[in-house]
Ligand binder design. Structure first.
Ligand SMILES: [Zn+2]
Length: 87
């Protein structure tokens, strides 16, 4: 069973798309990506200011959904939403 953790709504899709937290194998870092339009942000400040967003194809070889333990040590943790989706 896999969980998707979200930190808010996509600035493009609004309430239609949620930003889910990804774990990137390269650099062992977390980023967020809209589950609908694939808009991605690397850092919290970029997301809050809606800058430096980009789109790339979600490749399982380079990233996967982050676990709660991985998110807990990142800047995204305080922004986690209550509802998480079970895939
Ligand atoms: Zn979106």
């Amino acid at each position: 069973m896999e969980y998707a953790y979200h930190v808010g709504e996509c600035p493009v899709c609004k309430d239609w798309g949620l930003m889910e937290v990804l774990y990137n194998f390269e650099g062992s870092r977390c980023s967020i990506m809209c589950e609908e339009c694939l808009l991605e942000f690397d850092t919290l400040i970029d997301f809050l200011e809606c800058k430096n967003g980009y789109r790339k194809t979600y490749e399982k070889a380079v990233a996967r959904l982050a676990t709660l333990e991985e998110i807990a040590i990142t800047e995204w943790h305080p922004y986690l939403m209550e509802s998480n989706r079970i895939l």
